[in-house]
Design a protein around this ligand. Structure first.
Ligand SMILES: O=C(O)CCC(=O)C(=O)O
Ligand SMILES: [Fe+2]
Length: 360
């Protein structure tokens, strides 16, 4: 990785001085049966218990790739939900299970083994590795989750020393999963471009130019007080598009739709795709980056794997010229990806959205 890029990445997350010190992992708290301590507890008005409660599960729309209706299906799904599931993605179910297995096996390793990949070095927060969120402010509320966060693309920027060697298949499976999800995302971005009547390579060419993919393995231990804490606070992703491999058995993801929280349910063989803020900006707001959150569960742990696909850090992005006209004025400014990410991460940690900063 170039020195400049490294600096930018580090600045992107620690623009405000890090206050992370050695921290107990959420998994350790859950194993010892601890109730969530105060730094995890949401203030009363923002707790996961909603009135009215999240409605009964409505499956997220399915897009049938390669089908004559795919363009219309994607457009409808993105305008109503900001997300969709794909079942005919070409990745065998057994392979998706392997991806879930490497995540589960890694998080089951003894803490000392996992700490070899820690994102805290001498108390200083690093972007990649195993751990939790950076702490940048006193009183910051933490999420009930542990993670492993790795850059997988561009390949020549991977920090392989942070890729677990246990389970022994971890690196090969993650590499293969990267190649496969990348191909899927490239294909899907062409359909998204078509649905907006843009050149079919509009998003995928942006996406090819030193585009980044980060893999995030999310582990949400069971929690005695799901009414007080979040597995992941409400947020939108900074990405162009995100591919989520949800837990096969345990629910937890919810999305805000038409002002209400809905439980997200998908087929066990599905990949779930949601767009992020970069797509909202580039589509001039025709597609909105969905706000979503994860709740915890008193009986079960949950895992998920997210692949965050973004334009390269040095790219400047803005609304597509063809989507700006008299009827639809430009809604977002042009911005450099690295500047956006800097704002995004600071706000993400405070449970705030960055997209407002990009609006004109
Ligand atoms: O755990 C999930 O299902 C979603 C994770 C997510 O939204 C994220 O990692 O940004
Ligand atoms: Fe997310």
């Amino acid at each position: 990785m170039s020195a400049e890029r490294k600096m930018v990445q580090e600045r992107a997350v620690s623009g405000v001085k890090s206050m992370s010190a050695e921290r107990k992992m959420v998994q350790e708290r859950a194993v010892s049966g601890e109730d969530p301590p105060p730094q995890y507890i949401m203030e009363e008005s923002h707790r996961p218990i909603d009135d009215p409660p999240p409605t009964s599960p409505v499956p997220v729309p399915v897009v049938h790739l390669g089908h004559s209706d795919e363009t219309a299906e994607i457009k409808a799904a993105l305008q109503s939900w900001g997300m969709f599931q794909v079942i005919d993605h070409g990745l065998p179910s057994s392979f998706l299970d392997e991806v879930r297995d490497i995540a589960r096996t890694f998080f089951k390793l003894p803490i000392e083994e996992k700490q070899k990949y820690s994102n805290l070095i001498d108390g200083e927060f690093k972007y990649e590795g195993y751990g939790n969120d950076n702490i940048i402010a006193e009183g910051q509320i933490l999420d009930w989750t542990d993670r492993l966060y790795l850059l997988v693309q561009p390949e020549d920027e991977r920090k392989l020393e942070l890729w677990p060697v246990n389970p022994s298949s971890f690196r090969d499976v993650l590499h293969e999963y990267t190649i496969k999800t990348r191909k899927l995302v490239d294909d899907i971005l062409k359909v998204v471009a078509k649905s907006l009547e843009l050149d079919k390579d509009f998003f995928s060419s942006h996406f090819r130019e030193r585009s980044t993919i980060f893999a995030r393995f999310n582990y949400y231990p069971s929690c005695s007080r799901p009414d007080l804490v979040f597995g992941l606070k409400p947020h939108s992703d900074a990405t162009l598009i995100t591919v989520i491999l949800p837990d096969k058995d345990v629910e937890g993801l919810q999305v805000m739709k038409d002002g209400k929280w809905l439980k997200v349910t998908t087929s066990p063989h599905a990949l779930l795709l949601n767009i992020g803020d970069q797509m909202e900006i580039m589509s001039n707001g025709i597609f909105k980056s969905p706000v979503h959150r994860v709740v915890t569960n008193p009986d079960n742990e949950r895992i998920s794997v997210a692949m965050f696909c973004s334009n390269g850090l040095e790219k400047e992005i803005g609304p597509a010229d063809d989507l700006v006209n008299e009827m639809r004025p430009r809604l977002y400014k042009r911005l450099k990806m690295k500047d956006y990410l800097e704002v995004f991460f600071q706000r993400f940690l405070q449970g705030k959205r960055a997209i407002d900063w990009a609006k004109l």
